[in-house]
Design a protein around this ligand. Sequence first.
Ligand SMILES: Nc1ncnc2c1ncn2[C@@H]1O[C@H](COP(=O)(O)OP(=O)(O)OP(=O)(O)O)[C@@H](O)[C@H]1O
Ligand SMILES: O=P(O)(O)OC[C@H]1O[C@H](OP(=O)(O)OP(=O)(O)O)[C@H](O)[C@@H]1O
Ligand SMILES: [Mg+2]
Length: 281
Amino acid sequence: MLRLAVPNKGSLSESAIDMLREAGYRTRRDPKELVVADPDNGVEFFYLRPRDIAVYVGSGTVDAGITGRDLLLDAGSGAEEVMPLGFGASTFRYAARPGEIGDIPSISSRRVATSYPELVRKHLAQVGVQADVVRLDGAVETAITLGVADVIADVVETGTTLRAQGLAPFGEPILKSEAVFIRRPGTQEIVAVETVRRRLVGVVTARHYVLMDYDCPAALVEQACALTPGLESPTVSSLQNPDWVAVRSMVPRAQTNRVMDQLYELGARAILVTSIAACRL
Ligand SMILES: Nc1ncnc2c1ncn2[C@@H]1O[C@H](COP(=O)(O)OP(=O)(O)OP(=O)(O)O)[C@@H](O)[C@H]1O
Ligand SMILES: O=P(O)(O)OC[C@H]1O[C@H](OP(=O)(O)OP(=O)(O)O)[C@H](O)[C@@H]1O
Ligand SMILES: [Mg+2]
């Protein structure tokens, strides 16, 4: 059986579980369940702390899993990112009291509090800044108030936590993170890992696109297809009225209304949009 690691708690857990369910896998029924066997799909799921997932995958104890890119890089375990999953987006940034430290070179000789010490050490080395890294488990924004650090490096999603502590981010983000599918190097040869990857690509694509159907005057079909090129090529079918054709194409969900407006202006009618439940491209 393939061994797959899933976040058991935290920001990524619920969305990761939803994604696996959409991909047709069995998921836990109770948050206390830590191991779930899915014999029909030949997979055993291990519900682990997101921070530990890259370590398990890197060591080969589990074959693949879902975690955050920032956690993967902090673990430095040798597990590799296969694909981003389109949820759990955040940035990883330095922050300090406004007016005190305003750029990355000024971190030099200061104390930086973080829950991601390896990620921060690697970044400081990359930019050639010497500083003391103070490892904390969480709530690092308070470290400056309590006098443990001059700078923090932490996950920023909305920025609410930073603002509440009177801190402001500075410098370019160290990293743009999101949930990622990771695997042990070499496992691309394992058919079951490749099947999981393909199913996840299916879910990400199904979420990203809608299916658009419309009727279009035959004389305008080239212009209409230019607005809805789809992935390979739109399907064009004949209608009973030979002056019109029916077109079906995949359109990025975020562009749905703009494309419908443009099609309508061109002369297309009966424009229908449907969600895609699943797909394999
Ligand atoms: N608002 C957020 N706060 C923290 N982590 C977030 C947020 N949004 C996305 N993430 C991502 O979630 C992962 C961290 O998850 P983890 O479960 O370790 O911490 P958490 O969500 O802060 O939960 P907890 O603090 O309860 O342990 C990282 O990859 C991080 O980038
Ligand atoms: O930019 P925001 O939307 O405010 O989100 C980012 C904050 O949320 C997380 O903290 P969490 O609540 O998980 O507490 P923790 O620091 O103890 O992990 C993270 O560590 C940041 O502090
Ligand atoms: Mg947290």
